[in-house]
Ligand binder design. Structure first.
Ligand SMILES: [Zn+2]
Length: 246
């Protein structure tokens, strides 16, 4: 096929403009500005969730440690109470008195030590629960941002989908007016080339921006307007209009 009506060739430029826009929409859908941040949020959330789990495990370990320490303190207190009651009862034989007083002294010392341990445990528990709450709060902030960005993405994708529908409808109307064999040549070129039809403008192919040799240009000036001309460089259909400056 070497010819097609010049006006149909010119319409290919409109089809090409719509196809270029469809390509831009595909690119835009894959490169939404929110996507990078959403990926970042997913990674940050994963790290925070791990930290949260570790902090909660740590807190529950310390909590068990605290229960044990409370039991130890309780046992020493009971022992002290029992010894003091015995002492107060006056029923302790004189020979055992010194040993009992000695035991009370060492129990008091032990109680002091255990209470220090309890305090240290409480501090660690406080740190672990504070860390857990902090991670939890950070996760909630990220989840909120993720939700907002997700809504934006959804809205943008819906807008782009609407545009695709409109562009496709416009394209179908145009294509219906173009001879089928010209259209199939266009589609065939378009399979390997993002630009299947381009305006010949001021001696250059506006698809690949390469200037045509003077001999080609003089040949083009001689042939009829229905002749189909292809760019030697990018293989697109070179469309001549009143803007071609021939
Ligand atoms: Zn070209």
């Amino acid at each position: 096929m070497a010819t097609a009506p010049a006006h149909a060739q010119a319409q290919l430029l409109d089809v090409q403009a719509l196809d270029t826009r469809l390509g831009q929409i595909v690119y835009a859908k894959a490169h939404l500005p929110q996507q990078e941040r959403l990926l970042q949020i997913a990674q940050e959330s994963e790290t925070l969730a791990d930290l949260l789990t570790a902090a909660k495990t740590n807190a529950s370990d310390i909590s068990r440690e605290q229960t044990r320490a409370d039991g130890d303190v309780q046992a020493v207190r009971q022992r002290i109470e029992k010894d003091e009651k015995m002492l107060a009862s006056g029923a302790v034989p004189a020979k055992d008195l010194e040993a009992l007083q000695h035991e009370l002294q060492s129990l008091a010392r032990r109680q002091g030590e255990l209470e220090d341990i309890e305090l240290e445990i409480m501090e660690r528990l406080d740190e672990a629960t504070t860390a857990a709450s902090r991670y939890q709060a950070q996760l909630e902030v990220l989840a909120q941002e993720q939700g907002e960005l997700g809504s934006q993405v959804k809205a943008q994708l819906a807008t782009l989908a609407e545009e695709v529908t409109a562009v496709q409808a416009e394209r179908a109307q145009l294509v219906a007016q173009i001879p089928a064999d010209l259209m199939s040549l266009y589609e065939k070129i378009g399979q390997d080339n993002p630009t299947a039809a381009a305006l010949l403008q001021h001696g250059s192919c506006s698809g690949c921006r390469i200037a045509l040799p003077a001999t080609d240009l003089s040949h083009i000036r001689e042939v009829g307007p229905d002749e189909i001309i292809r760019c030697d460089n990018c293989r697109c259909i070179l469309v001549r209009t009143s803007h071609s400056g021939l």
